[in-house]
Write a protein that binds this ligand. Structure first.
Ligand code: PLP
Length: 360
């Protein structure tokens, strides 16, 4: 049974194919906060329903103020969008040049968006053997090949590992020296905020940070993302989305979510605890290798036997979705990614894995 997009989170399609309700599926393929939306967000959404008779606030004033407060930056440093995917699709038309280098494996939408604008694309592959670390000497050589834009995702997706701020700064310096613009995707950085490069990027005309609010804050169905950058860049990006790309409910939910520090702290503690528990249990399977993670998902390699595609099929029959990572540049057909979910859901996944891997 094959799903149409090489993405996580195809829960509606998978449920339709199995003839069950989406509520009967357990989705480990999209990496979304398992605690769901906070009570403050729920209340803000309900309060905003009456405002749906008006156009959204095209200046996104309250949301940008909440962002400025959350990040200790100023509202002009933000462009907001209908999910960070909208920014990914708008950027290629705004950026100078036609040749991009993507540090891979990474999020597949960069390629799709660049292809729409006929960019030439090269990949700089990070290997599992090096724990997806960047050889900056090699990168310097690659940037010298007429590259105009570099895409770096930190923490990495699907690998979950974090490049230190020093490393990112080093990469940025290489970009500056080579005249290359840096797109730094920090979609999952809320899970390890202290490592963000937002403060130096906000001062630069040569880089932009992309952030998603759909993962940590648990609203992929509502859509909300933003860019952090110098005011000239954010103004340009804002204009590209048109006046109303961020709807009233998303603006209200976003502002409330950023201010709900109790729920955000709880999320961090919950993920840290469940992640270490899940890693420890997965490491007991001799067939599996688990890669280090700073976020709410894990990259796992099957050392022998099943492919990730076969494992995905078997788990799908038990209404569990995982992300087969064989379509990612630089990974083999034996890699899969799973989100960290609640203790009960994680235990169910482990039980199903036990059943499947025992037969191998
Ligand atoms: C690395 C990365 N960047 C960006 C996105 C886009 O997120 P959204 O459009 O939901 O904000 C995703 C979604 O999975 C992602 O994994």
């Amino acid at each position: 049974m094959s799903l149409p997009y090489d993405h996580g989170g195809n829960v509606f399609t998978a449920a339709r194919m199995l003839g069950v309700s989406p509520a009967d599926m357990t989705d480990f393929s999209a990496s979304i906060n398992p605690l769901g939306i906070s009570l403050l967000v729920r209340k803000a959404l309900i309060r905003s329903l009456d405002n749906l008779v008006h156009y959204p606030d095209s200046s996104q004033r309250e949301l940008k103020q909440a962002l400025a407060h959350y990040h200790n930056l100023s509202p002009e440093n933000f462009a907001v969008a209908n999910g960070s995917t909208e920014l990914i699709y708008n950027l290629p038309a705004m950026l100078p040049g036609k040749k991009a280098l993507i540090i891979s494996p990474s999020f597949s939408e960069y390629v799709r968006a660049l292809n729409q604008h006929h960019w030439q694309i090269q990949h700089f592959i990070l290997t599992p053997e090096s724990n997806f670390s960047i050889d900056t000497g090699q990168l310097e050589l690659a940037l010298a090949g007429g590259i105009n834009v570099l895409y770096l995702c930190n923490p990495g997706n699907p690998n979950g590992s974090l490049h230190s701020r020093q490393t990112v700064e080093q990469v940025y310096e290489l970009c500056l020296a080579a005249g290359v613009f840096m797109v730094l995707d920090e979609a999952f950085m809320d899970f390890c905020e202290e490592a963000s490069s937002k403060h130096f990027v906000a001062q630069s005309e040569n880089a932009i940070v992309l952030r998603s609010m759909t993962k940590f804050f648990g609203i992929p169905g509502l859509r909300l993302g933003y860019a952090i950058g110098d005011a000239t860049l954010t103004e340009q990006l804002d204009a590209m989305g048109g006046p109303w790309s961020v709807n009233t409910l998303a603006q209200a939910a976003g502002s409330a979510a950023l201010q709900d520090s109790a729920h955000n702290r709880l999320t961090l503690e919950f993920i840290r605890r469940e992640r270490s528990d899940l890693i420890q249990k997965l490491e007991q399977f001799p067939q599996l290798r688990v890669y280090p993670s700073s976020v709410n998902y894990l990259l796992v390699e099957i050392k022998e036997g099943l492919t990730a595609g076969e494992l995905r099929e078997r788990l799908l029959q038990q209404r569990i979705l995982i992300r087969d990572c064989s379509s990612f540049m630089g990974l083999t057909k034996r890699f899969f990614r799973i989100a960290i979910r609640t203790g009960q859901e994680n235990r169910r996944l482990l039980e199903c894995l036990r059943g499947i891997l025992k037969q191998e």
